[in-house]
Ligand binder design. Structure first.
Ligand code: NIG
Ligand code: FE
Length: 410
């Protein structure tokens, strides 16, 4: 009997709803409540002994397990070929990320491997990485293009993402990141490459429904503010939401510019200043913290969490899974690092992979909270307290995930 198509009661769970409307505790915890689902949606949250539970065709006993919203990894570069282990070794012998990038390695290494890979190879590699993420409670993942940097290869990556999404086992938010790096063919001609992005790639790929938001790496080693603004203007004309990698290595004012275009999220932001944070607050832009890249690049300057708190900028947490700066699929590791390196409280960290990550992807009215009307995406954990989900790495306390009302793996 299909769970999804029948009215189902998930009884005897402890619910970490992450609903800020439930104000008497950090996690929006509810006890002795059942989640009712039908057609992939949470239709009600009622006491375990409510009449409504009796009307359900299916009853699933969660036996005291902790339910959280399905986790949302709102920043990944999951479709690529090859790896950069050799560059890691070079960095461990003293080379810097910037030096490697400037000598033609870094993102370009992955671009060469990804251009050469077939659709099928990219699909198979990505599928395995997605399975690893699901095994830690992830039900929504953002995936960026950006290792093609030419029309055909960027399209190939976006089509791989579309096929992964069509499988229907995980919610995917595709992001267009041709402005990840200046491709080898355009070295010294970044403006011309930006023209190609704005005049051809954005209109064609958007027209084909291949992405939900456009992203750009705004940095001294990538694109400058003028080029970013050109892309934001093009996107505004099409109604395309924008986001950016900002203030990871230096501060050239990327977040403040993005805020002027009401960006959905500004990501990394280790080097953002107070004016930038203020601009984010005014624009309602989410700050996405990426502790995996901070760790793997051996950065020593954490993002200004106290400032972000003071200005009430929503903070999301993501893996930034990619072969160069964050080769980690583990959202539990990202949560652990966000708390240990950046000082997020466990409740802030969990909000960062649920409701705030949903906002970063424009899904704040449908995902990231256990609440009637929201998608029936949740994770069941064998833990007593929410912090145990990411306190211990190695043993995985996930029991199972529910995606669109069905148990996965079924
Ligand atoms: O998010 N900052 C730019 N992009 C990636 C790194 C990509 C790479 O090195 O391959 C990041 O850290
Ligand atoms: Fe990134």
């Amino acid at each position: 009997m299909s769970i999804k198509s029948n009215k189902t009661a998930w009884i005897n769970g402890v619910l970490a709803t992450m609903d800020p409307g439930i104000t008497d505790n950090d996690y929006g915890l509810l006890r002795n409540k059942a989640i009712i689902t039908e057609g992939g949606i949470i239709t009600a949250i009622v006491p375990n002994n409510d009449r409504e539970v009796g009307t359900c065709k299916i009853r699933i006993d969660c036996k005291g397990a902790l339910a959280t919203p399905g986790f949302i990894d709102c920043h990944t570069h999951l479709v690529y070929a090859g790896n950069r282990a050799c560059e890691w070794e070079l960095r461990l012998k003293g080379a810097s990320y910037r030096e490697i990038a400037e000598s033609g390695g870094g993102i370009q290494t992955t671009v060469q491997a990804t251009r050469a890979a077939s659709f099928e190879d990219l699909y198979t590699l990505a599928e395995k990485r997605l399975a690893a993420m699901q095994s830690e409670g992830v039900t929504t993942v953002e995936i960026k293009s950006g290792y093609g940097l030419e029309k055909s290869a960027e399209r190939k990556i976006l089509e791989v993402i579309r096929s992964l999404k069509a499988k229907g086992t995980i919610d995917i938010a595709p992001a267009f990141l041709a402005a990840h790096s200046v491709p080898p063919e355009y070295i010294g001609r970044a403006d011309a490459y930006m023209n190609l992005i704005c005049r051809e790639m954005i209109p064609e790929f958007w027209g084909d429904g291949l992405f939900e938001a456009a992203d750009i790496f705004v940095e001294s080693i990538a694109f400058n503010l003028e080029q970013a603004e050109k892309m934001y203007r093009t996107c505004a004309a099409f109604g395309i939401p924008v986001k950016a990698h900002n203030e990871q290595i230096s501060n050239i004012g990327g977040s403040a510019l993005l805020a002027r275009y009401k960006g959905r999220s500004t990501d990394h932001i280790e080097r953002i200043d107070e004016a930038g944070v203020k601009a984010l607050a005014e624009a309602g832009t989410v700050g996405v913290l990426l502790p995996g890249a901070f760790y793997f690049l051996r950065d020593t300057r954490p993002p200004p969490v106290a400032l972000l708190r003071r200005y009430k900028v929503p903070m999301a947490v993501a893996t930034d899974y990619n072969p160069g700066t964050s080769p980690f699929t583990s959202i539990r590791q990202a949560l652990n690092m966000a708390s240990t390196f950046f000082g997020l409280t466990p409740a802030e960290a969990l909000a960062g992979v649920t409701r705030h990550a949903a906002k970063a992807l424009g899904r704040e009215h449908t995902h990231g909270i256990l609440r009637p009307g929201f998608h029936a995406n949740f994770a069941l954990w064998n833990v007593k307290d929410p912090v145990e989900i990411f306190y211990e790495l190695g043993p995985n306390p996930l029991q199972f995930i529910v995606f669109e009302g069905d148990i996965h793996p079924s």
